[in-house]
Design a protein. Structure first.
Length: 221
């Protein structure tokens, strides 16, 4: 419905996945691990779900689509603290949006950070998996953008995040530096939100998990 892709279009899509995806993916996972440790009851729910689904199977043989609690956790992380919290589009023709005239050629900035905090969600200003108990329309939740110019690697990214989190959480208790949480980690926003790199704030310990269902083992001051 949107025309054929040219060779340059395909090359640009591949370039985005190769260069941009690893950066946003790794930063998203960092924030997810921080949020997970701030919410141990959520970690326990995820671990129980993984144990039920996996049995003795390795992650490559699991049906990741069945991990609904993990999927809600990932979505809630992307809603509560989106790494890419704004995007820009150009109006292709004159338009009127909610009574405001938009001239052709106007750059329109979409603030996903604010979009994700609307009253559509039961607890918009809290980190809570209940926010995804029902299907969320794309006009309220766009971590990968929307429409024909949405993130080309969004489906791959979801599979990778699930696989990485399952692998980490079944093998390790992940412990961010004591006292560090989402509210006091220094961050910068240069096209995407990223933690400021320093030797203290970004340190994490990966402690072998002795009890797969234990969400707290190993994290000491």
């Amino acid at each position: 419905n949107h025309g054929e892709l040219s060779g340059d279009n395909v090359r640009q899509c591949v370039l985005e996945m190769v260069i941009a995806a690893p950066d946003t993916l790794s930063v998203s996972l960092f924030f997810m691990l921080v949020l997970l440790k701030q919410n141990p009851e959520v970690e326990l729910r995820i671990l129980k779900e993984i144990l039920v689904e996996s049995g003795s199977k390795e992650v490559e043989h699991m049906d990741l689509q069945n991990l609904k609690v993990l999927e809600s956790f990932i979505n809630e992380c992307l809603r509560f603290h989106p790494v890419v919290d704004f995007t820009m589009r150009k109006a292709l023709e004159d338009d009127v949006i909610d009574g405001t005239k938009v001239a052709k050629g106007t750059n329109v900035i979409l603030n996903m950070g604010l979009m994700h905090r609307t009253e559509f969600f039961p607890k918009p200003n809290e980190f809570c998996l209940e926010n995804f108990d029902k299907l969320v329309p794309s006009r309220f939740f766009q971590p990968f953008g929307s429409g024909p110019r949405s993130c080309v690697g969004k489906h791959i990214a979801m599979v990778m995040m699930k696989a990485i989190l399952v692998t980490l959480l079944t093998r390790f208790t992940v412990c961010p530096r004591h006292g560090y949480n989402l509210s006091n980690i220094r961050q910068t926003n240069n096209l995407s939100q990223q933690p400021v790199e320093d030797e203290r704030g970004l340190a994490m310990r990966f402690i072998p998990r002795t009890q797969p269902e234990d969400a707290t083992t190993g994290c000491k001051k």
